[in-house]
Design a protein around this ligand. Structure first.
Ligand SMILES: Cc1cc2nc3c(=O)[nH]c(=O)nc-3n(C[C@H](O)[C@H](O)[C@H](O)COP(=O)(O)OP(=O)(O)OC[C@H]3O[C@@H](n4cnc5c(N)ncnc54)[C@H](O)[C@@H]3O)c2cc1C
Length: 471
């Protein structure tokens, strides 16, 4: 049996893995490799939380491969040269991989594919991450979509999801070629154990992804439409890091949900699939507007008077010490868990970009380093949306009031009490705005800021004035 390199990247799974399947369908024995090359990711080398996740996910993938008689070989980049060496030393006829869509990676992969083909090697990339390729939909005028609703309406008419595919129970063992380096040599795991809190919440790897999906289907799916906005409840699937690392295919998620469809679950399933649609839209935008991770989608914001960054104020936001409980709860959840509820991502983002008037890029970079689901397409869309600078965005003049947001989405203050425990002794209404009773606040939580770092009303007015001035 001849060999093929299967180059794993953000597709750290065996089931529903089109590249692995292509190698097997071609009658080739897969040599499974992962190449660590963060300097090839342009300005967006993976952050610390992402690396911590990847370390465990690679270990899980290797364990799954070994159960089947194969193994994962790990290498340091550069990717191009490493693949060429592997083709020679493993006597491989072909290289298969699943596509990634980050601009720097797309450019790199295009060059690698061209060069491999020119040297007579079969080089093939597949879609392992999305329900629709980012370039597959066009507006009536022939351009990219910039608004989600028409994009998704069109996408629903074009969706043709693949059947799910189970990887074989055994895979050929290939002995030729280098065995690679040890996982620890990639230095992905943190040297200080700041991530210990993560692993009570998460189980990286394909089995963990399947488990998270099962938990969601047995629990939060029913009622998702309403509870997805409630950070005080386990109302969402928490599949985002699993989807980002490709530990589960989106079409497997949809197939599992569709199996539950009936008159009562249909609204929740439709709402969930629509959220997956935002993920598709984010990749569509990133593909067509590759500069948006660093530049405002809406060019008029190039003139916007963002505030000069005060390091102490930015640190207060990052560390959850702004004096606004729902903002601080979100930022502390992020630090402890590597994840934050979507509603709270919007609240902390609005606070940063509007009340503090700090450029959304600062927020995007902090999320990039601290989120286990950090994803260039989704993070860019999320920050440009909440910053008001994006394609289909919340307008800049819509300034979230963090007190009314907390009252609405954390009505008994339990999310705040969980992540800002020093405020748990306060009566519920005061947990939303503790500065309104400074004496009680000082007696209950002497170390908590007595007032917000930006006055709510004044910050809102200043943001709106800056917006007006830049029009
Ligand atoms: C400022 C900001 C930054 C964000 N950064 C990221 C990021 O780096 N990575 C990331 O995956 N998501 C990001 N999001 C989107 C969203 O917050 C997360 O996808 C969601 O909270 C993940 O939780 P879940 O899996 O339980 O979501 P669920 O509600 O269970 O949704 C299911 C899946 O749909 C997708 N999805 C849901 N909402 C969105 C959305 N608004 N945009 C794109 N895809 C979505 C995700 O893949 C998610 O796993 C960001 C949102 C904001 C406002």
């Amino acid at each position: 049996m001849a060999n093929a390199i299967v180059w794993f990247r953000n597709d750290l799974r065996l089931d529903d893995n089109p590249a692995l399947r292509a190698a097997l369908d071609a009658g080739l024995a897969p040599v499974c490799v992962y190449i660590h090359a963060p300097d090839e990711e342009g300005d967006w080398a993976p952050g610390a939380a992402s690396n911590a996740w990847r370390h465990r996910s690679l270990a899980a993938l290797d364990a799954e491969l070994r159960k089947r008689g194969s193994r994962l070989r790990l290498f340091h980049g550069p990717s191009h040269a490493t693949l060429e060496t592997l083709v020679d030393t493993c006597e491989a006829e072909a290289v298969f991989w699943n596509r990634r869509y980050d601009p720097a990676i797309e450019a790199r992969d295009t060059a690698i594919k061209r060069d491999l083909r020119e040297s007579g090697v079969r080089a093939e990339s597949h879609n392992g991450a999305l329900m629709l390729e980012p370039w597959s939909l066009q507006t009536g005028q022939g351009g990219p979509y910039k608004v989600f609703t028409p994009f998704w309406r069109k996408a629903l008419t074009e969706l043709n999801l693949p059947e799910t595919w189970e990887a074989p129970r055994t895979l050929p063992a290939v002995d030729t070629g280098p065995s690679g380096v040890a996982l620890d040599d990639l230095q992905l795991a943190p040297t200080l154990d700041w991530d210990t809190g993560f692993w009570t919440f998460w189980d990286p790897g394909e089995a963990g992804a399947h488990e998270a999906l099962d938990v969601f289907i047995d629990g939060a799916l029913r009622g998702y439409r309403a509870s997805r906005d409630r950070p005080d409840q386990a109302g969402t699937s928490r599949l985002s890091p699993h989807l980002h690392f490709g530990e589960i295919a989106p079409w497997r998620v949809v197939a599992a949900l569709e199996a539950e469809r009936n008159a009562s679950t249909a609204p929740d399933i439709n709402a969930y699939v629509r959220e997956l649609g935002w993920r598709e839209f984010a990749h569509h935008l990133l593909h067509h507007f590759p500069k948006t991770p660093a530049h405002n989608f809406n060019p008029r914001f190039e003139r916007f008077p963002w505030a000069r960054v005060q390091p102490a104020a930015l640190d207060a936001w990052r560390q959850g010490r702004t004096g606004v409980p729902i903002v601080d709860a979100g930022m502390r959840e992020l630090w402890h868990v590597g994840w934050m509820h979507n509603r709270v991502r919007m609240i902390v983002g609005s606070w940063l970009c509007k009340h503090m008037r700090i450029h959304w890029r600062e927020g995007a970079h902090w999320f990039w380093d601290t989120l286990v689901d950090a994803d260039l397409a989704n993070n860019t869309l999320g920050w440009q949306w909440i910053g008001g600078t994006g394609a289909d965005a919340s307008p800049y003049f819509r300034v979230f009031n963090p007190v009314t947001q907390a009252q609405k989405f954390d009505p008994d203050g339990s999310y705040i009490a969980r992540w800002v425990p020093e405020l748990a002794e306060l009566p519920v209404p005061l947990r939303f705005s503790p500065w309104t009773d400074p004496d009680l606040l000082k007696s209950v939580a002497p170390d908590y800021p007595v007032e917000p770092i930006v006055n709510l009303a004044a910050g809102r007015e200043a943001a709106l004035a800056a917006y007006q001035a830049s029009r």
